[in-house]
Design a binder for this molecule. Structure first.
Ligand SMILES: Cc1cc2nc3c(=O)[nH]c(=O)nc-3n(C[C@H](O)[C@H](O)[C@H](O)COP(=O)(O)OP(=O)(O)OC[C@H]3O[C@@H](n4cnc5c(N)ncnc54)[C@H](O)[C@@H]3O)c2cc1C
Length: 326
């Protein structure tokens, strides 16, 4: 529908939208006054997933169900959504800041010949134009931007926007538009699944534990994982730890890694370089444990412990175990 705000669905590849979609849809609904539509590219649409999108507030789901949409290839997705957007003229197109959508939404904006506001942390309607707020200079400054022309294309940082409250029983109309057959430029060669840690995903987690160079070696991350299991946290790392080969790059927090905004961030042996802060400074509560009282991370920490992490982590794990098992 013209004037609708579109939300590109980020799913778990198994037919369910991810939690971040409740935030994207919730914010779109607040701005659009209800005209919120989801666009779902998938090879595994499920009734439960469609129901979930409706309950979060999508009034319509554009279901682009085709085996060619999985595995994800940005040029295939961008072609399909650009074609649909050209036909339907949405007012805005929102995505989430995830690995896939960061890339694909930029490509989509280029195809549509419009500007992209990436990594937004706030929006406001000023008259009839949308103004987006986004961090710049590694989060040191916030900039406000508006679009010269529509549709307004933006990506939203996870864990920043208020999630939509699910309204049980509310349903979305499902449209299956006919689009040109997807033409892939790249050939799919091989898929390798990441080995699951059994812990929450970094970008989705409400609590994140981060280990830096102070962890001293990859074998020591086991103490962070023990704590993470007790409190239900994800475990991330600084670039120094990733560059040393202690953790894969997908766990890196910061300017050249993942941007997170959990309710609670716990940093162990992380100095707090500006490039690390760029990826976590919007966390609601920041706790830092560092031997060095001058470590820059203490400047932004809500709680700081000057101590040896190898004493603090096991003590915290034991205390949380006692508290949470009560
Ligand atoms: C272009 C560019 C992009 C970058 N992108 C990123 C990025 O995305 N993410 C990122 O993290 N960095 C990034 N960096 C690197 C960044 O500048 C820092 O080098 C890096 O963040 C440092 O990691 P660290 O805090 O783990 O290590 P260090 O700075 O070496 O800090 C280790 C800390 O551990 C403490 N410590 C040591 N032993 C203990 C102990 N037993 N108990 C408690 N504390 C202890 C030390 O006091 C120290 O403060 C980037 C740099 C550049 C130039």
């Amino acid at each position: 529908m013209a004037n609708a705000f579109w939300c590109i669905v980020e799913d778990d590849r198994q037919g369910m939208p991810k939690k971040v979609m409740s935030e994207v849809i919730g914010e779109a609904a607040r701005l659009a006054g209800g005209q919120v539509e989801a666009v779902w590219l998938t090879d595994k649409a499920s009734d439960a997933g469609l129901k979930q999108l409706g309950e979060w507030g999508a009034t319509r789901v554009w279901l682009l169900a085709n085996a060619a949409y999985a595995p994800y290839r940005s040029e295939v997705w961008a072609g399909a959504v650009a074609e649909l957007a050209t036909k339907e003229s949405p007012k805005a197109i929102f995505g989430a800041v995830t690995s896939r959508q960061r890339e694909f939404v930029a490509r989509l904006a280029a195809r549509l010949g419009v500007g992209l506001a990436a990594d937004c942390v706030a929006f406001a309607m000023e008259g009839d134009r949308l103004v987006a707020t986004r961090p710049i200079y590694a989060g040191k400054l916030l900039s406000k931007v508006a679009w010269a022309k529509g549709p307004w294309v933006a990506t939203l940082r996870p864990n920043v926007f208020r999630p939509a409250e699910a309204q049980p029983g509310k349903t979305a109309a499902v449209e299956r538009p006919s689009l040109s057959a997807p033409a892939a430029i790249m050939k799919f060669v091989e898929r390798r699944e990441d080995v699951s840690t059994g812990l929450p995903e970094l970008a989705e987690a409400e609590t994140v534990i981060s280990g830096g160079r102070g962890m001293k070696g990859p074998e020591n991350y086991v103490i962070l994982e023990d704590l993470a299991r007790v409190i239900g946290a994800a475990v991330g790392a600084s670039r120094a730890a990733v560059d040393a080969g202690w953790r894969p790059h997908r766990f890196q927090i910061g300017q050249t890694g993942r941007t997170i905004s959990p309710k609670l961030y716990l940093g162990f042996g992380v100095s707090g370089a500006i490039q690390h802060l760029a990826g976590m400074r919007t966390s609601k509560v920041i706790v830092a444990v560092n031997k060095d009282p001058e470590a820059p991370i203490f400047k932004i920490a809500d709680y700081g412990i000057v101590a040896d992490l190898f004493e603090v982590v096991p003590a915290l794990t034991a205390e949380f175990k006692k508290l949470l098992e009560k």
